[in-house]
Design a protein around this ligand. Sequence first.
Ligand SMILES: *Cc1c(COP(=O)(O)O)cnc(C)c1O
Length: 855
Amino acid sequence: MKTPAKPKATTSSIAKDTLTTAAKPKRASKSAATDAKSTTKSKATKVGIVPKLSPVDQAIQNHLIFSSFKTNAAATPRDWYDAASYTIRDHVVERWVKTAESYYRDDPKRVYYLSLEFLIGRMLSNAALNLGINKELKDGMSALGRDLENTVEMETDAALGNGGLGRLAACFLDSMATMDIPATGYGIRYEYGMFKQTIENGQQIENPDNWLRYGNIWEFQRPEVTYDIKFYGHVVCGEGSQHWVDAEHVVAMAYDMPVPGYGGDTVNSLRLWSAKAAREFDLRHFNDGNFEQAVQERNDTENISKVLYPNDASVLGKELRLKQQYFFVSASIQDILRRFLSTHEMKKQADWNILPDKIAIQLNDTHPSIGVAEMMYQLVDVHRLDWDFAWKLVVKIFAYTNHTLMPEALETWTVDLFGRLLPRHLDIIYKINFEFLHMVNHHFPGDPELLKRVSIIDESNGRRVRMAHLAVVGSHTVNGVAALHSQLLKQHLFADFDRIYPGKMTNVTNGITPRRWLNQANPGLTALLEKAIGKGFKKDLTQIKKITPLANDAEFRKAFAAVKHANKARLAAKIEQKTGIKLNVNSLFDVQIKRIHEYKRQLLNVLHVITLYNRIRNGEKGITPRTVIFGGKAAPGYWMAKQIIRLINDVAAIINEDVAVGDQLKVVYYPNYEVSAAEILFPGSDLSEQISTAGTEASGTGNMKMSLNGALTIGTLDGANVEIMEEVGEEHIFIFGLTTPQVAEVKASGYNPYDYYHSNPELKQVLDMIANGFFSIEEPNRYQPIIDNLLKNGDQYLLLADYASYIETQDRVGKLYQHQDEWTRLAILNVANMAKFSSDRAIGDYAKNIWHVKS
Ligand SMILES: *Cc1c(COP(=O)(O)O)cnc(C)c1O
């Protein structure tokens, strides 16, 4: 053990997170803590530093003038949004300060949620709701002659994520704050979030999402909280230690966003890192008159936090992506250790033993898994702990959430790229791997194949670093995100690890926050529920069970159906405004909104739409009028997904224009699916399409939002659908298709899609129409590649195998919809049984079983 080095953070003088007071408060002893309010010695521990806030309408008026420098006459709708946001933000900050102080004073174990994505959406209405001042806000705005709904619409979504994984992180932040768990989210402040999608000539067009153009009232720049991040260079061996030298330096600067919990006083933080050049520009070049080169280096470094990769469930192995990962992970871990060291003195190595009692780090997928190596780097190289000692700490700190079984989504980096960018970390990973394989060999002697399979370095096709293996080896707990997914993880992807580390693999089924996805998105249903069972369900969703008997109450069903109808009318108005398509609000709103991916099988839905179209053209009677709504973005480089979008729009164009169809069938592509769109789409849905091939969707959370808003599910036994079925009862959900074991069987026994094509005339007709250019007259071969995928190339996702079952089930859906009262009864029972899918339950599981933290 060497002398413990001082923390080397560039911010060594900045001990606190949100308080700018320079004085470092003394850590209060237990007796002093109870008396904290009367402490006057230190300003930072004194709670009364926040002045009393004005009434909301007065505050908005003042902010319009003093924060935006606008008179009422000159104010634009955006100015009013700004003034309202500043006002609500003041209330948030009041509690934020107190929360930060209480954490500092009480020194609880903290949870750090590391995620490359946080799909948080809009802040204003959510903050007002969680603080319980949404009524004051609405009244305040109307006192000023402004409409709150229009004002809220001025806010650009914070779309710092692709889809489910990023939205999960946002729901978890909400739950952690609501449950008073001392937690911080760490991520990247992308200058450009998820691209904005428009549909032109039926095709997806990607437009940059310059979400910061008008500023962001909800973030606080912290120019004093910066860390030095190194890349490239090489390693030299010193006396018993390694040194990373000649590296390039980038500065990570913190931006904090508040995360207000619901109905309490806790406001946690989301800390996002922005890349800044270590030097403004190179004066040598500048003085030589070489101005472009002078700023070149600066631009290159700042590119690190420029854009979110718009890829979902696939990996592209780009250097900039690995840079992003290391950049935010290194900054976060330096910040975590700095916070720890600012309140704990480490005199000798053994003092560090409390580190895992004070911090828990959750890795949201493998994207931040380099954190395992970075923590070793910080503890061993920077803080000079012994390797073995440090490793024991690391494994007690980290836990890893796996989000996918699909091979194309498992991150690996070539050893070449990794070693060039992070030479010291590659050495660290080699050493971790050496010791891990040594341990495996000791417990499972004479099994070289096992060693090859579990090694962190894949030697089978060029040498690659397997990030999932690093995450598993470096974590005390690994979880899947739904019961089925976790079971499949143990059986397949991590079967070897399950043998090596019995008990390390566990399950935490995902959840969604009822605040945003019920209370905020569906005020009509919320009011109805409040009247029936009180307000308690918002913070404790188990109470929603109490509406079960009301499913048999005709009066309640009527009221419930009226709420659904109003939400559908709201959605229909939005759709007409966006697409010009007029909808029949009494038709069945059949909705599939999620990323466009072959495994999610939007194409299967299209096959059903065309089947219905053919039946209508054949004059078949008694078909339930439907509006089929699609929404979702395709990764810009995912050609097949973009073809599927185009096909949907081509099919829509033909069907919507066909006078013989009229009101019986309409097809809508809702452009630019994002959180704020989702808040209108879920409450306006009757039918929830969750039709992925069994064994491919890890969990799904859209399925949960749908049910909670009173839609019935048509779905496969995949992801969390399985648990939704268990909760709501088999007779209240439409399950179809092959199960996971059946999928494996069908594939193993020589699946031939042509068998289905030739034996099912309706299916054959549908595929022939697409193949012959019925929907693409100007380019008849346009969809040949789609047809080839289904017929010639093996139909990887088994659409044809599931087609008949899907159609038959959709027929039952249509029939049931004609019995509105029975449909509504089932919808109520769906809502009543959603308690399990609250993210509060999920966070409760993490807190108890993985993080070992209390509220
Ligand atoms: C919930 C949500 C998702 C995830 O939907 P899945 O159906 O689970 O894939 C994606 N994007 C947004 C905007 C969401 O709100």
